[in-house]
Design a binder for this molecule. Structure first.
Ligand SMILES: Nc1ncnc2c1ncn2[C@@H]1O[C@H](COP(=O)(O)OP(=O)(O)O)[C@@H](O)[C@H]1O
Ligand SMILES: [Mg+2]
Length: 280
């Protein structure tokens, strides 16, 4: 992915158009797969019989009411929980523990970043963990900070940065890990609307350039449709799939024209009705 992230810096404007995930083409092995997964925690069934395949380079969004099991599903995908029944696999291999190919972006960037390390230091952490020699790190750090729109901020501490900048930094740190799959848990939930839209577009560009697979959790239905190749809605108690919608909207997506597209409005209506019904 390294070379591709480099290319991304040049291709920022057009990258979104180049990415062509074709759900019909099919891949023999999904990158992330849940096979009939049930998870019990504290004597309660949190996730029940969840079956789901996420294809390489797919952008899958998961929506659902608060407490329906979205974060738990991501933790299963990351290998942070082991299923009570069923199997979670990555590239066909059972997920027994977290792996470097899977990076997680949390909503709470404040807790995800080390406050005593500068922006460069935080990104460096992932490079150190990956065994990159010290001499090669500064150039790579600079490149990653540029990729997420933070050039010239290498020496700043998280506390000196806005929420949007801190979330960008967390994304840079995840990219430093060169993941095959990026798990994002309501990453923009704490940001204002304008910052949020800017970051949505940046994530689409990054993803287009790197070919990374994304599982993105949000409770913002518009955000899910805007970003995704597919949106899954979970039903609560226990968490299970209630609706699955392919998003056949052209890429590159655009904050104005995509959101006005009749297909966008149709999907939005369908998802909205689904969520409303789950809350009754
Ligand atoms: N470690 C745990 N032990 C017991 N129950 C849990 C645990 N983690 C989450 N839950 C419960 O599982 C359900 C789903 O939680 P979560 O995945 O965080 O939902 P979401 O992210 O959709 O808001 C909630 O009812 C929550 O209280
Ligand atoms: Mg959650």
């Amino acid at each position: 992915m390294k070379a591709q992230v480099k290319a991304q810096v040049k291709a920022q404007g057009t990258a979104n158009a180049q990415r062509q995930f074709d759900p019909v083409a099919g891949h023999p092995t999904p990158q992330v797969a849940f096979a009939d997964v049930t998870l019990d925690l504290g004597g309660k069934t949190i996730i029940e019989n969840l079956s789901l395949g996420v294809q390489p380079a797919e952008f899958l969004c998961i929506v659902g009411a608060s407490g329906c099991g979205k974060t738990t599903a991501l933790r299963l995908a990351a290998g942070l929980y082991q299923p009570t029944r069923g199997k979670v696999t990555f590239d066909g291999q059972p997920m027994r523990e977290p792996r470097r190919e899977i990076a997680i972006v949390f909503q709470d960037y404040g807790k995800a970043l080390l406050p005593w390390r500068t922006a460069a230091g935080n990104v460096s952490l992932a490079l150190e963990a990956g065994g990159m020699p010290a001499a090669e790190r500064p150039a790579r750090i600079e490149e990653l900070l540029r990729t997420v729109g933070l050039p010239g901020h290498a020496g700043k501490y998280p506390a000196e940065m806005s929420g949007g900048m801190q979330q960008r930094l967390q994304i840079a740190r995840c990219l430093a890990q060169e993941p095959k799959t990026l798990l994002m848990d309501e990453p923009f939930g704490a940001l204002d609307a304008m910052t949020r839209q800017g970051l949505q577009d940046e994530v689409l560009s990054l993803v287009a350039a790197s070919g990374v697979t994304v599982i993105f959790v949000t409770h913002d239905l518009d955000e899910a449709i805007y970003l995704g190749d597919r949106v899954i809605g979970l039903l609560p108690h226990p968490g299970r799939i209630g609706i699955e919608l392919p998003v056949n909207l052209p890429r590159p997506r655009d904050q104005l024209s995509t959101r006005e597209h009749p297909e966008f409005l149709r999907l939005r209506r369908q998802l909205f009705d689904f969520i409303k019904a789950t809350e009754q």
